[in-house]
Design a protein around this ligand. Structure first.
Ligand code: XIL
Length: 323
């Protein structure tokens, strides 16, 4: 693995998988997932999100998350856990009141309870937790106007990291976001600021997770990715990781776009090998029919490494050649 701690793939509990009607493919999918030569790490794509874990105030349900966590245990995979505080896939009750209706104290209690229960349930099992996900906006890399931010301001990040450090001292605490892979991106500067802000407040923040939902036809180079990672290390992160890697293509794919994709995957792998603080790479699932890309970005797809018929993209060998 050329110095990486892990190369992994996120996976979903069967009931949450993106494309229904693929039950006949599950056995083959499960065998590839389980193979330790393919993946040494996993992340639940959905099951630990607020929507599933605290559907009503103070009512916790770990069914979906537990499916993937026990699968990780059974197959001997390192586990990254995802995500504690995020504006998306949030339980509707959290947003049923607006910022004038929440008091700061109520919101503080809600955040602390959510982190305490969820992280407590998985205590000792997670190599890392995405403590706060996607706190930055796309326009200027400032803070996103989530309900958490609107009620508490920047304090919601400090409270989340402080609570997380207390609940599971053994888990690495990450700030995770997308569009923070390019060195000059506005959100890259924003993520650096978050790390500095937390550290200035005396809090523990161990890592920055670059989601890396990239595009085959305009991906960063290894040199650019290295510059970005060094920026996070300089800001005070002990480690960095590619946490949700995929490389979308305009469909239908052709030879050329698959070559671009292979190159994109190689740039990421090369950069991670080069930077000693880069602990690993996680694909956001590995089998194209279970990718979120086609549903979220119409016209795009084939972003992972296994096609629908289980043949492999050229990027698969491309990554292996890099290690
Ligand atoms: C995606 C899942 O893959 C989908 O199944 C779900 O419908 C939406 O969320 N950033 C994140 C991930 O942090 O949790 C998202 O996962 C993709 C973008």
């Amino acid at each position: 693995l050329a110095g990486l701690k892990y190369f992994g793939a996120a996976t979903d509990s069967p009931g949450q998988r993106e494309r229904a009607g693929y039950e006949a493919q599950y056995a083959q999918y499960d065998a590839i997932f389980a193979d330790p030569l393919e993946f040494g790490q996993t992340t639940p794509t959905n099951g630990q999100k607020w929507l599933f874990t605290e559907p009503s105030p103070g009512v916790f349900n770990f069914t979906e998350g537990d499916i993937v966590v026990s699968l990780a245990e059974k197959t001997g995979k390192l586990l990254r856990c995802h995500a504690l505080v995020w504006h998306s896939q949030l339980a509707p009750w959290v947003e049923a009141k607006n910022e004038t209706e929440w008091t700061k104290d109520e919101m503080r209690e809600v955040i602390v309870r959510h982190i305490t229960e969820l992280m407590g349930h998985y205590k000792g099992k997670c190599y890392a937790w995405d403590v706060v996900n996607e706190a930055l906006n796309d326009e200027d890399g400032g803070y996103r106007q989530s309900i958490f931010y609107k009620v508490l301001g920047e304090e919601f990040l400090r409270l989340s990291f402080k609570t997380a450090a207390e609940v599971d001292p053994s888990a690495k605490l990450y700030y995770n976001d997308y569009a923070i892979e390019w060195p000059k991106a506005v959100k890259t500067a924003g993520a650096q600021k978050i790390v500095k802000m937390l550290r200035d407040a005396g809090l523990r923040v161990d890592g920055v997770g670059m989601q890396a939902h990239l595009h085959a036809d305009r991906h960063p180079t290894a040199a650019e990715l290295e510059e970005t990672m060094r920026g996070y290390v300089q800001a005070g992160a002990q480690e960095v990781a590619f946490t949700e890697l995929d490389m979308r293509i305009t469909i239908p794919v052709n030879e050329t776009s698959l070559e671009w994709q292979k190159d994109g995957y190689q740039q990421v792998a090369r950069a991670c090998v080069k930077v000693k603080e880069c602990v690993g790479i996680t694909l956001w699932d590995f089998y194209d029919p279970f990718s979120w890309i086609p549903y979220t970005f119409p016209g795009k797809g084939a972003g992972l490494l296994w096609f629908e018929d289980f043949s492999k993209h050229s990027g698969y060998q491309g990554i292996i050649d890099t290690f």
